[in-house]
Design a binder for this molecule. Structure first.
Ligand code: VGL
Ligand code: ZN
Length: 215
């Protein structure tokens, strides 16, 4: 009989879109967005696998209000059959605002997955575009590494973090949302509250970073 070493189930930390444009002063600023940086840094030390996502749009991306004559941010349009909120120009590939936020320990990242690169479709989730038409590769990467549990931090709670968490659940990962490690855009004042409720109802476990011990 040969003994096959069993792959131990592994936890991964997903660091979602902690970029300059989503921090105070950025093009699509999230109030207190920079406050997730120390939380993310502290948690990274406790995980064997840290994977980041980076919102990474071409300049002609159709989620930008500026690419539609007479439209302005916050309006909703039909984009190739999907409802699309129009955003200010943000996270343009190679631009300053698309860089990871200063102070974020990016040297701890094992991999970075970019998203939102197709100008015709937006991608809030780190796993798929908004139509679930194409995968970013994150899901397969995590499965290859033997990950069965993910902890999620980053920006924004009511947009990319929410859709990443919902896709993680759909893909069968045990999914923890670190509440003090995220902040929301809040186009409507209650959006973050509603997002947390939806994630929780769909099976995510909401946890405070203080309750995550060294593994
Ligand atoms: C995001 C809006 C547009 C996010 C990205 O990272 O939450 N929000 N693009
Ligand atoms: Zn974006």
């Amino acid at each position: 009989m040969t003994l096959v070493p069993t792959k131990e189930a592994m936890d991964a930390l997903l660091v979602i879109d902690i970029q300059i444009d989503f921090c105070p002063g950025g093009a699509l600023e999230v109030a207190e967005g920079d406050q997730v940086i120390p939380v993310a840094n502290r948690l990274m030390e406790q995980f064997d696998l840290v994977v980041a996502t980076q919102d990474w749009h071409p300049g002609d991306h159709k989620s930008f209000a500026a690419n539609h004559p007479w439209r302005y941010p916050g309006q909703v349009i039909d984009l190739n059959g999907l409802e699309q909120i129009l955003w200010p120009i943000h996270c343009v590939q190679g631009s300053f605002g698309a860089e990871f936020a200063p102070g974020l320990n990016t040297e701890q990242f094992d991999r970075v997955f970019t998203k939102g690169t197709d100008p015709e479709i937006d991608s809030y989730s780190g796993f798929f575009d908004n139509g679930h038409r194409k995968a970013t590769g994150l899901g397969d990467y995590l499965k290859e590494k033997g990950v069965d549990t993910v902890y999620v931090v980053g920006l924004a709670a009511d947009v990319c973090v929410k859709f990443t968490v919902l896709d993680a659940l759909r893909l069968g990962f045990n999914t923890y949302l670190v509440t003090d490690g995220t902040r929301g855009v809040n186009l409507e004042p209650d959006d973050t509250k509603k997002a947390l409720k939806e994630m929780s109802e769909k099976g995510a476990i909401l946890i405070d970073s203080a309750d995550i011990g060294p593994s």
